[in-house]
Design a protein around this ligand. Sequence first.
Ligand code: PLP
Length: 403
Amino acid sequence: MDFETFFRRELDGLRGEGRYRVFADLERQAGRFPIATYHGEGGPRDVTVWCSNDYLGMGQHPKVLAAMHQALDGSGAGAGGTRNIAGTNHYHVLLERELAALHGKEAALIFNSGYMANWASLSTLAAQIPGCIVLTDALNHASMIEGIRHSRAEKQVFAHNDAGDLRRRLAGLDPARPKLIAFESVYSMDGDIAPIREFCDIADEFGALTYLDEVHAVGLYGPHGGGIAEREGLSGRLSLIQGTLAKAYGVIGGYITGSAALCDFIRSFASGFIFSSSLPPAVAAGAIAAIRHLKESSVERQQQQERVAALRAKLDLAGIPHLNNPSHIVPVMVGEAKACKAISDELLSRFDIYVQPINYPTVPRGTERLRITPLPFHSDADIDALVAALSAIWARDGLKRAA
Ligand code: PLP
């Protein structure tokens, strides 16, 4: 086989569809977020980032940076091994305690990413529990889908956020069979929120385990940042809550929390946990500082929600179509891959605004969008500049306006 030709042809196919991914070469600037230096054609220049998942700017928070500096100087760069082989640093232990307390659970387990936490935990549970059948929401994240697929367990995909469909499917199954319901709280592309209480009621009725991904909610919702489950007083009803340290907590890593036996089971059987070197101690220290800060402070959460409302109001005035949802995610709908990419390119080249296009397979074809994430630090002037730029493009290209 001519491998090079094969690779190039496949990539050309992506380009032809307008969904070839180009990474913007950005240099983040601690203290100036959401301004970053863009290293593009014509040399470096400042741009305003409008699609970061460092939702509350904890990636530049002085407490986080100080904790990381201290741990880096005290414990060095890497962890030095897998958790089982010299790689358990005291910071990991403290972080797991902090996470368990955050979600009101007995235990927690950290992974190198949220993706790995989902992939390893779901694949281990579904593969190891004899006869397990997985009920998975139709819009679950790729890491959940891949974990379930890897388990080779039987699965049923229920209609997105549809408690009726979930219930019907469970009612049709052998009552004796172990069941696992996997879903997210805030869905990252549409920004809608799962009916967690109804799902928990249904899980209780059928004796199912519940697996909740709170990646886009931890740090952001609940009085202590414990996510939507905390906000709704439901943390205790979920068997497992999964989250990330890479979004609202500003660093990197993922985790699960649950009963002591459940976390110990995954710790003891999950290949993706056992055979991978652990997070650098400084990362764990930074995560602890971010979690502790957001447990005590709601200022960042309130500012973010206020900025989200301000942007939505201005988009509405300008007639720029965006999905109305109850979260901090503002998807501006374009509906065509090439147009979406062209708008993103123009925002960057002409207006120094960076929002990456979201295309298939991240979202279904025909629903391509700009996924905008307002931050506590976006000023009124930033919002005005973004809406003016979008309006200019919408007017020139005759794009569809919202009513
Ligand atoms: N779960 C969801 C819903 C996500 O959107 C993501 C990433 O964006 C992940 C899990 C993976 O988390 P991480 O970025 O920490 O690997």
